[in-house]
Design a protein around this ligand. Structure first.
Ligand code: GAF
Length: 387
């Protein structure tokens, strides 16, 4: 993969010039696209993402003086350093530094021991597009310490550690989906995650389907505040029913109490409860190669995010409609990720990829004034050592 080699070359060169030696380790962690199951992870529900062939790559070498020195290729080869001996505190500067500090602080908090490292990293996951560039960074850093110090650290724990860093250090109340698929994805497969038990199952992607991601380039606004608001509404609904989470609520129970709930809270809960069912049905559809069923499930998921959960935008809806008109029921399309802009994902048979590209190029900008970015991806393996 030329794209991957470029990253490896860039981080290796940057490491050499920043630290004057060669790294001993190369690791990668992918970004992700969620095929279906949106805003269900923090409700202990089901999600079906796949890791993509856009990733974060890090090279590293051990140190024995309790110092971390790290260079970010994507931020002008900026070098940051801090000691492992004092309290690791939030840094008032470039945010990438806090992902590093957060991941390392959480690893130490979990009792893992290491004596320092020199690290260089870079990534080609588009930033701010809802494709989990942050999770890829958190996971690649966890992987660095696992490999460098031979830590007894499972892929699941690398993911949990990354999520903890994001929740407690960076300050975003995300669920576990992004980090877990980045840590555990399997090439050619999507990953069904039960976000309550954290059990995962790899689901083979039909060979004839391409994972097409289209970035609307609609700048994602108010993401954190709206994300946290949806989370609160879901928790409110679960509390109303005396359930630990919406995972335990059935649609019948919810509908029976509709008149007693605020409209927004009812609709949020309806999205989550129906979306969980759609994830499980999608796994079945993928396993049976039933593209028509998949197409309906993805369309229903999009409608639910638009009308009930209210996290799409007019640009995203327009993009989904353009793709839908081209693929009909031969594939599926929906918004993907946290919402309020970002990307859509489409599962598209080979012969329709170019027609989809052409339809979007012809109509999207004309309708919205924005120019899309088009990515054809493969489901890629999760984080691991490269050399
Ligand atoms: C973001 C979060 F990080 C995930 O945990 C998930 O909640 C997603 O939004 C919505 O499905 O990517």
């Amino acid at each position: 993969m030329a794209r991957q080699q470029q990253l490896i070359d860039a981080v290796t060169n940057s490491f050499n010039s920043a630290f004057g030696t060669a790294p001993t380790l190369t690791v990668q962690a992918p970004g992700r696209v969620n095929l279906i199951g949106e805003h269900t992870d923090y409700n202990n529900g089901f999600v079906l993402p796949c890791a993509i062939d856009y990733q974060a790559v890090a090279v590293a070498a051990k140190r024995d003086d309790n110092l971390i020195r790290i260079v970010s290729v994507d931020y002008d080869n900026e070098v940051h350093e801090f000691s492992l001996t004092g309290e690791i505190e939030f840094f008032d500067g470039n945010m990438w530094v806090n992902y590093v500090r957060g991941v390392i602080k959480c690893l130490l908090g979990r009792g893992y021991q290491f004596a320092g490292a020199d690290i260089a990293f870079s990534g080609n996951v588009p930033q701010g597009a809802g494709l989990s560039s942050s999770a890829a960074l958190e996971v690649v850093l966890g992987q660095v310490f696992k490999e460098l110090y031979q830590l007894e650290l499972s892929q699941q724990e690398i993911a949990l550690n990354g999520q903890q860093a994001e929740n407690e250090f960076v300050g975003c109340a995300c669920g576990i989906m992004d980090q877990l698929v980045s840590a555990k994805g399997e090439a050619g497969h999507a990953l069904l995650i039960d976000c309550e038990s954290l059990e995962t199952k790899s689901v083979k992607m039909p060979a004839e389907l391409n994972v097409v991601i289209i970035n609307s380039n609609k700048k994602r606004g108010l993401v954190d505040s709206e994300y946290n608001k949806r989370r609160e509404q879901c928790e409110q609904a679960a509390a109303f029913f005396g359930k630990p989470s919406l995972r335990q609520l059935t649609l019948d129970e919810l509908v029976a109490k509709e008149s007693e709930l605020a409209v927004d809270v009812f609709k949020c809960a309806r999205h989550v409860v129906t979306e969980n069912a759609r994830v499980l049905d999608s796994v079945e559809a993928l396993e049976q190669g039933n593209l028509q069923a998949l197409s309906t499930l993805m369309a229903d998921s999009h409608a639910s995010m638009r009308d009930d959960f209210k996290i799409t935008t007019s640009e995203i809806d327009a993009l989904v409609d353009i793709v839908k008109q081209t693929i009909g029921t031969r594939g599926g399309v929906r918004m993907t990720g946290g919402g309020f802009g970002g990307c859509i994902v489409a599962l598209v048979p080979n012969d329709l990829v170019e027609p989809v590209r052409a339809a979007v190029a012809e109509k999207y900008q004309a309708q919205t004034g924005l120019k899309e970015d088009f990515y054809i991806c493969s489901a890629m393996t999760g984080a691991g050592r490269m050399a």
